[in-house]
Design a protein. Structure first.
Length: 492
């Protein structure tokens, strides 16, 4: 082996030793970023379903930078920790509108306590209750337990979303304990309670059916309906004669649909069903969802069949958001932002013609229907209003019926837009306005494009960390040194 190769080999070994030594010191001196951190959730509630939540976060062998999610619905938050950051939360690129991220620093061998109260931690209807914990998502590598005490005489545990560590009985109720982390990030279970009588709350053509504990919901929706009733009367020829608004519980595994409708059959009463989980969502989702389902009933009353799905869902989503704007509620802007994030292209909207009643296609399809109607209102607001107000004079049963009806009331720009969206054919347009050439519209990407890359919860390390990079470099250098040695050995 010549002197040059010996020098290179010695230099490589010295660099490798320095990298390994520096990395070991850096890892020992830096906080562990969540590993070895213990999270214990203590949740207690009674018949009012307002939970007192206490979270104890501990670290033993090293200091740590850690984070956890805090519900925005919380009341009376307090902590003895030194907070470094409180901001909006994202999980795997999905915005968590109901949570904020709380980041903090824990010195070695310390415990931080976080306390708050959370309303509607359980939802009750017809002698059944569903408990849904807040999201218990925290720094990767963390572990712990969640303990829930239900102080409700006459209550009885009925079942949970997965195998539990333990269920214990007590004179006033029961308790549930489970190890963390959870795959779903949330503990949920069902339990029985003494049944509460349902009451009817009547407001003109609307009848709300609720247990007395939720009488305030009926009052709130009655007040909201009085604000939008006149606007709906301006848009539609006819209004539903009688409607019953009832409520249902979310599933213990999933929140489920926000609401659905049953159209009137002959002289029967139409029904609107709303999920009580709306009480745990963004402020105003109760009103916006109620209005969404109410518009469906208005469409039925004006002869639009369930088969015209894209127009049903497009008008229900668009009008519910637009009419709820300016009411001071957070939900209209939140729903609009969700749909903007989907960033559906004009070319995708042609798929709306294949959307059939009862098909659950997810939020993106509602966003597509919203965008189609929003674009049409932007292109020709007067034409769209005429199309809506004349629905009672037309037969609209299929997606194609809906497209032709809207097309007939739009100006040239609106019709051109429907051609680009694929909701009507170019032949339809040629028959209506002759052979006038079409000017393509320039589509401007939504703001969601700027955030198209996957995001993570604030505080999670990036996929490729500095430690990983150092390890890769050290490995490459080691392989190179061994290769040099082997080459010289073979030559000798």
């Amino acid at each position: 082996m010549n002197r040059t190769r010996c020098f290179l080999l010695l230099l490589s070994l010295l660099i490798l030793q320095h990298i390994v030594y520096s990395t070991a010191n850096a890892l020992e001196e830096s906080p562990n970023n969540g590993h070895g951190v213990n999270y214990d959730y203590l949740i207690e509630f009674g018949r009012d379903c307002v939970a007192e939540v206490r979270v104890l976060v501990r670290t033993w062998d090293s200091e740590a930078r850690a984070w956890m999610l805090l519900p925005r619905l919380e009341k009376g938050f307090s902590t003895n920790a030194s907070l470094t950051k409180v901001e909006g939360a994202n999980l795997e690129g999905r915005r968590l509108a109901l949570y904020v991220n709380v980041s903090f620093h824990l010195p070695r061998g310390t415990t931080a306590a976080f306390n708050y109260s959370l309303p509607h931690v359980c939802l009750v209807h017809r002698g059944k209750a569903v408990f849904l914990s807040p999201l218990m998502v925290f720094s990767p590598g963390g572990s712990g337990t969640v303990s829930v005490n239900v102080n409700w005489p006459g209550s009885s545990f009925a079942g949970a979303d997965a195998a539990l560590s333990s269920v214990r009985r007590s004179d006033d109720g029961f308790g549930v304990t489970r190890r963390l982390p959870l795959l779903s990030g949330r503990l949920s279970f069902v339990f029985s309670v003494p049944e509460e009588e349902l009451r009817e709350y009547v407001n003109c053509s609307l009848t709300f059916v609720l247990p007395e504990r939720y009488s305030w919901i009926a009052e709130r929706l009655m007040a909201f309906n009085s604000k939008v009733d006149g606007k709906l009367a301006e848009l539609f020829q006819r209004k539903p004669s009688r409607l019953t608004v009832s409520f249902f519980l979310p599933d213990r595994y999933d929140e489920g649909p926000e609401g659905f409708v049953t159209p009137p059959n002959g002289d029967s009463t139409g029904r609107i069903s709303l999920n009580l989980y709306l009480l745990r969502m963004v402020d105003g989702m109760l009103e916006v969802t109620f209005l969404h389902e109410l518009i469906h009933q208005y469409l039925f009353a004006n002869g639009v069949g369930a088969g015209a799905t894209w127009l049903h869902e497009g008008l229900a989503t668009y009008l519910s958001v637009r009419l709820a704007m300016g009411t001071g509620l957070e939900a209209p802007a939140y729903v609009r932002e969700l749909f903007d994030w989907e960033n559906a292209s004009l070319q995708e909207l042609r798929g709306l013609l294949g959307w059939r009643p009862g098909e659950e296609r997810g939020r993106r399809w509602y966003a597509m229907a919203y965008r189609a109607v929003e674009l049409l209102f932007s292109a020709d607001s007067d034409g769209m209003r005429k199309a809506v107000s004349s629905l009672g004079d037309a037969t609209v049963r299929t997606p194609e019926d809906a497209a032709v009806h809207v097309f007939d009331h739009l100006n040239a720009e609106g019709r051109s837009l429907m051609i680009e969206m694929g909701l009507v054919s170019a032949q339809d347009l040629a028959q209506e306005i002759g052979s006038e050439p079409m000017t393509p519209r320039n589509e401007t990407p939504g703001s969601a494009v700027m955030n198209g890359t996957a995001q993570t919860v604030q505080g999670i390390p990036q996929t490729v960390t500095h430690e990983h990079l150092v390890l890769v470099l050290a490995t490459v250098l080691t392989v190179s040194v061994i290769a040099l040695i082997l080459i010289d050995v073979r030559r000798t």
